[in-house]
Write a protein that binds this ligand. Sequence first.
Ligand code: ZN
Length: 91
Amino acid sequence: MVGVARAGRLTMYRNLELEVPAHVVVPTCAKCGAEWIDEAAAKALDEALERVYESKLRTRLDAALEKILSEEEARHAWSEFSEFRLATCPS
Ligand SMILES: [Zn+2]
């Protein structure tokens, strides 16, 4: 067993597939690459993944909010334009 910290390790956390942060050390078999999640590794993984999970949710939330706000803006712009047309168009 050797402690391995590297990028590109994916794991399921709650309902998302997340990348294990590159700095998290996971005991790994030097021969076959099997990971051995002992109590300390589990704790480190949990804490690291919780942070990744939260920032991922925040990113998604930001994207969703941005979309809602820009749609809202477009609606306002359109209704202002329509009101302007109603006020100025003689027909
Ligand atoms: Zn092995």
